[in-house]
Design a protein around this ligand. Structure first.
Ligand code: FAD
Length: 513
């Protein structure tokens, strides 16, 4: 059992496979370590080709792989994402929207502005009162300037990217710069030792490939963990109802059209439409529940949203199963990406889970087989916790809606569909706002600030009886709010238009770190 872990075999060449390969190779694959990373992917089954919204974590993920931000932005048609704008989620009317920005509220951690906002700033949105980023997004401004170094920011940001180009870019970087061995082959058989460990995969084109640790990145097919090791799928369709997507790629009306610097998520009869602005096109798709609408109705709604181009644009339908594997790591096999599970892309939580998984694998790569089960147990505990927290946070977006136009919305508010953990938090937050004390694990995914943005954006009220700020707190809050107003004015004055900055990055590049 003390066999060394030297040969890592990753099966699957989508974003999950390449991010995992890149992180492990950048950290470990050197001649003196003897560690090799091999990525095997089917020459016939392509990556899923969607997944264009990311988290700010992508900046450090790319940096740790030694990627230049300028190269990444040029080659992946990437743009800056500064949060999400949720339209028509509260009551479904045309002017109903709120923001979940990527910056923390002003003074967060020193003082909580919720009590003051709720008692003194009625009529102004929570995110606009406490954060500069809503205005930056509404004005279509970039989160940095051309003089800001790579990966540094004025306002916190993530990316929107072309999923297909991203996979091609990562492939080239991992193979050319990080020494990942790339094998094109369809896996047809998996070989095991008597203890259940995988010893090798067999490919139709390249024969047998042996390894010490196998990473299943085979997408929804979950070939190694789900099919071969028979780890059951935990269905979450009773909490999160989305089970289908229709995706389209829509050109801008003219090449200079402004590029939105936030994901726009617009509530629909039986789900919501994402709208992501890249350099030359938008990625737009409707994720919906087939229990509450038909494919044809959903397609008609998507085409109507797109407008005139919607009459002719090609669309693609993708079935979705909400949920995750009961375990993510069994024996010497760990699943990352869609092979581990999937939840609707409302908060772009899939790629961040890939990054977190790749990070834990790279940082805690077991040196020898005799500690694999310990690392596996820790990995499973960590990620089961994270999946549950993500489920809570996604469900939060639905439970406060007042929409009644389709049972999709009213059923989403039924108590039996809301996890107990979220129901408990909602009870607590009747009397005090979400705070860091609610999220104390090292493995939190969404901070208390994110809960505040969604909760108060959706119109939730914490009982003012229990909030009453003291006179000194009111003075401190006023100072923070004045600082936020000043920061908004400064940002609007100094930040360039989003498209203008992208054009400059393509022409001149950002200063290297
Ligand atoms: C509608 C939709 C919207 C999404 N939006 C977002 C978003 O905005 N943000 C976000 O973070 N995530 C999003 N996601 C999730 C995101 O697309 C994925 O997490 C990401 O692309 C990683 O996919 P993957 O690599 O796990 O799987 P895939 O891209 O499906 O790759 C699977 C790989 O496995 C290989 N393979 C399969 N079978 C075999 C075999 N027998 N032999 C060899 N190789 C095999 C294939 O060749 C392929 O390379 C979205 C997903 C969907 C469905």
């Amino acid at each position: 059992m003390n066999q060394q872990i030297k040969h890592i075999v990753i099966v699957g060449g989508g974003a999950a496979g390449w991010i995992t390969a890149g992180r492990i190779a950048a950290r470990h694959a050197r001649a003196e370590s003897g560690i090799t990373v091999t990525l095997v992917e089917s020459p016939t089954i392509g990556p899923i080709g969607v997944g264009e919204g990311t988290w700010p974590t992508m900046r450090s993920t790319l940096m740790k792989m030694g990627i230049s931000e300028t190269d990444f932005m040029r080659e992946c048609d990437a743009t800056f994402k500064q949060g999400a704008k949720f339209a028509r989620w509260v009551d479904g009317t045309a002017d109903d929207f709120y923001y979940h920005p990527l910056m923390l509220p002003q003074g967060f951690g020193q003082m909580d502005l919720v009590p003051y906002w709720q008692t003194a700033c009625a009529g102004r949105s929570f995110s606009d009162t406490v954060c500069l980023q809503e205005q930056v997004c509404e004005h279509g401004l970039a989160p940095k300037m051309i003089t800001t170094p790579e990966y540094a920011s004025v306002a916190n940001y993530a990316y929107h990217l072309d999923a297909g180009k991203f996979v091609g870019f990562l492939t080239r970087h991992c193979v050319d710069k990080l020494g990942v061995k790339h094998v094109l082959g369809d896996v047809t058989e998996v070989k095991s030792a008597p203890n259940g460990d995988i010893t090798a995969i067999v490919t139709a084109q390249q024969g047998e490939i042996a390894g010490d640790l196998f990473v299943d990145c085979t997408g929804f097919s979950s070939l190694l963990l789900g099919k071969h090791l028979e780890v059951p799928f935990v269905d979450k369709g009773d909490v999160l109802f989305i089970d289908k997507a229709i995706a389209a790629q829509v050109p801008y009306e003219h090449p200079d059209a402004p590029i939105a610097t936030h994901t726009i998520s617009t509530g629909q009869a039986a789900g919501w439409i994402w709208d992501i602005g890249l350099v030359n096109r938008r990625g737009i798709g409707y994720v919906y529940s087939t229990r509450y609408t038909s494919d044809d109705e959903a397609e008609a709604a998507l085409r109507a949203y797109i407008g005139p181009a919607g009459k002719t644009v090609n669309t693609r339908r993708i079935p979705i199963r909400s949920g995750h594997r009961q375990l993510f790591w069994k024996n010497n096999c760990v699943a990352v990406g869609l092979a581990a599970g999937f939840l609707e892309p409302l908060e772009a939580s899939a790629l961040v889970l890939v990054e977190l998984s790749a990070d834990m694998l790279a940082e805690q790569l077991p040196a020898s087989r005799d500690i694999v089960d310990i690392v596996a147990r820790r990995f499973n505990d960590t990620f089961l916790y994270r999946w549950d927290r993500i489920i809570d946070f996604l469900k939060l977006h639905y439970i406060l809606s007042k929409r009644t136009d389709n049972a999709f919305w009213t059923d989403n508010r039924a108590a039996e569909t809301i996890p107990d953990s979220l129901q408990d938090l909602m009870r607590l937050w009747r009397y005090r706002p979400p705070g860091n004390c609610d999220f104390t694990s090292n493995n939190e995914v969404f901070p208390a600030a994110s809960y505040q943005y969604v909760l108060y954006g959706m119109g939730f009220k914490t009982d003012p009886e229990f909030l009453r700020p003291s006179a000194s707190e009111q003075r401190a809050a006023q100072e923070h709010l004045a600082q936020n107003s000043a920061a908004i004015k400064k940002a609007l004055r100094m930040l360039p238009a989003h498209r203008e900055l992208i054009a400059k990055i393509h022409a001149y590049g950002l200063p290297a770190v």
